[in-house]
Design a protein around this ligand. Sequence first.
Ligand code: PLP
Length: 306
Amino acid sequence: MAARVGLRPDDLWVKRDDWLGFGGGGNKLRKLELLCADALEQGATVLVTGGAAQSNYCRLTAASARRLGLGVVLVLAGTGPGGRTGNLALDALFQADVRWAGDVPGRALDDAVRAAAEELQARGERPAILPFGGSNALAARGYRACAAELEEQAPEAAHVVVAVGSGATMAGLVAGLGAQSVLGVDSGAVPDAPARVTAMVDELSSMGLSREPAGATLRLDRGQIGPGYEELTDQARRAIDDAGSCEGLVLDPVYTAKAMAGLTDAVERGEIRAGERTVFVHTGGLPGLFGHPLASELAARTRRDA
Ligand SMILES: Cc1ncc(COP(=O)(O)O)c(C=O)c1O
């Protein structure tokens, strides 16, 4: 894989956060550890949050609720599964109460989450609303901790590359490692990822928890989004094929494939050079592959006449 992206064999390392913990794994568990501790401290009986139909974060919120003996309500954008499985199958396995919000923009989804929480409260529950994508400064501290792990595990890393959605993963890494070490690749999950990441880094900085002063210049590649969130680009498709065929490494079409495409592009542009140790933070998302049209396309390749 290193050779495919233009690096030397020992340059490319992968931090396997896709193997984290339970519920199918992924970066959101580091954030949920802190968000759930906070919810428990507030005496919550039920977690409430919202996201895309194939949200990995919502799936892991449901898994976390199961582990903690809490209820969980997921308010998802869209009108229903429409034949897709993926994360939805696991949401059901983890007994989430799923409410479909229709095709709504982000702010309306937040309103629907608040309405669900109010309804629960009226029934005598104590709901804790967790932020969209599990991203706020508290959650970003989970990735500040990951940065400390990386400093021990890969002390000579010149670059740490990570997918960016709602931004706390990159923010925590920047806080821990410095903005110059972290290349974030925007998946297009939100329209204002740079502002969100900056705000979280600045908040951590104001708490004395960031190596970066407020207003740091980020390395954030917004050129891999393509036609939009969840839309596969040719570069991401190539990254999925390369990682699968070279390493047996699964990238998901929505986040990690775009991040690997961004890494490849950075090598092509000379931003990352052969001989520089580069850590790709694999943030998970495998269940989402089975909720994406790509899964059927891959399976069709096995047909004799394909
Ligand atoms: C697999 C995967 N990778 C990366 C991300 C991005 O993380 P963040 O929202 O902290 O930017 C997400 C977010 O949904 C994700 O599910």
